[in-house]
Design a protein around this ligand. Structure first.
Ligand SMILES: Cc1cc2nc3c(=O)[nH]c(=O)nc-3n(C[C@H](O)[C@H](O)[C@H](O)COP(=O)(O)O)c2cc1C
Length: 186
C-alpha cells in the first residue's frame, strides 16, 4: 500500500540556496531558497516571491549569486530565510556574512559560503514567481578543492532541506558511481 499526499511541492533532495544580490546602492542582501535547481545546461531556475528584498534587488541589478548552504553556516543560512532585509537593514552583517563583488556579475559573493554560482538575470515571471538566471561562472574557495583542484563535496559539506519535517540534513556518504554502476544491468 502507498499513502497519497496530494499536491505538495516536496521532493528529496531539495537544495538550500543562499541567493544574494546588491541593491541599487551596492548594499548586499541574501535570502534562503529551497524551491530551485538546474533549469537548462547553463541556467538555474528558482521560485522567488516578488515581495522579497532579494527579488527586488535582482530585478534592479539584473544579477545575483547562488551559494550552497553548508553545515558550518546553518544558523546564518536559516536566519537569512527568516528575516527580510526590508525590515532588518543590517541583515547581511547580522548573519555574519561578508561580501566581495563577483568578477563576472554585479552581485556579492558571500565569503563564508565557499561554493557560488555567479548569475545574470534572464527572466522573472511575476505570475509564477519563476526566476531564471544564466550561470556565467562557478567559483569555489581553495579549502574545498581536492588534490585534483576539483570541488570536493566532502569538504564543502552542503546541506539539503527536508520539506516534510522542516529540517536541514547534511549530505551524506558516497553510495555509488554515476554513469557507471548501472552498467552492471546492461
Ligand atoms: C528553508 C527555507 C527555504 C525557503 N525557500 C524559499 C524559496 O524557495 N522561495 C522564496 O521566495 N522564499 C523562500 N524562503 C523564504 C525567504 O528566504 C524569506 O522570506 C526571506 O526572509 C526573504 O528575505 P529578503 O526579503 O531579505 O530577500 C525560504 C525560507 C527558508 C527558511
Amino acid at each position: 500500500m502507498r499513502k497519497n499526499f496530494g499536491v505538495n511541492t516536496c521532493l528529496y533532495p531539495m537544495p538550500v540556496f543562499i541567493v544574494a544580490a546588491y541593491d541599487e546602492n551596492g548594499k548586499p542582501n541574501a535570502m534562503n531558497a529551497a524551491w530551485g535547481g538546474v533549469y537548462t545546461d547553463n541556467m538555474v531556475g528558482i521560485c522567488l516571491s516578488e515581495g522579497h528584498k532579494t527579488t527586488q534587488n535582482i530585478l534592479a541589478t539584473k544579477a545575483f549569486t547562488v551559494s550552497m548552504a553548508t553545515v558550518g553556516q546553518v544558523v546564518a543560512c536559516d536566519y537569512v530565510g527568516l528575516v527580510s532585509g526590508k525590515r532588518e537593514l543590517d541583515k547581511f552583517a547580522k548573519a555574519g556574512f561578508h561580501a566581495v563583488k563577483s568578477e563576472f556579475v554585479n552581485a556579492p559573493i558571500i565569503e563564508e559560503l565557499p561554493m557560488t554560482l555567479e548569475c545574470e538575470l534572464v527572466s522573472y515571471d511575476k505570475e509564477s514567481n519563476h526566476l531564471v538566471g544564466r550561470i556565467v561562472n562557478v567559483s569555489a574557495a581553495e579549502e574545498i578543492l581536492d588534490e585534483n583542484g576539483k570541488i570536493d563535496p566532502a569538504r564543502l559539506k552542503p546541506i539539503t532541506f527536508d520539506p516534510i519535517h522542516h529540517q536541514y540534513l547534511a549530505i551524506g556518504e558516497k553510495v555509488g558511481n554515476a554513469f557507471s554502476d548501472g552498467k552492471a544491468l546492461k
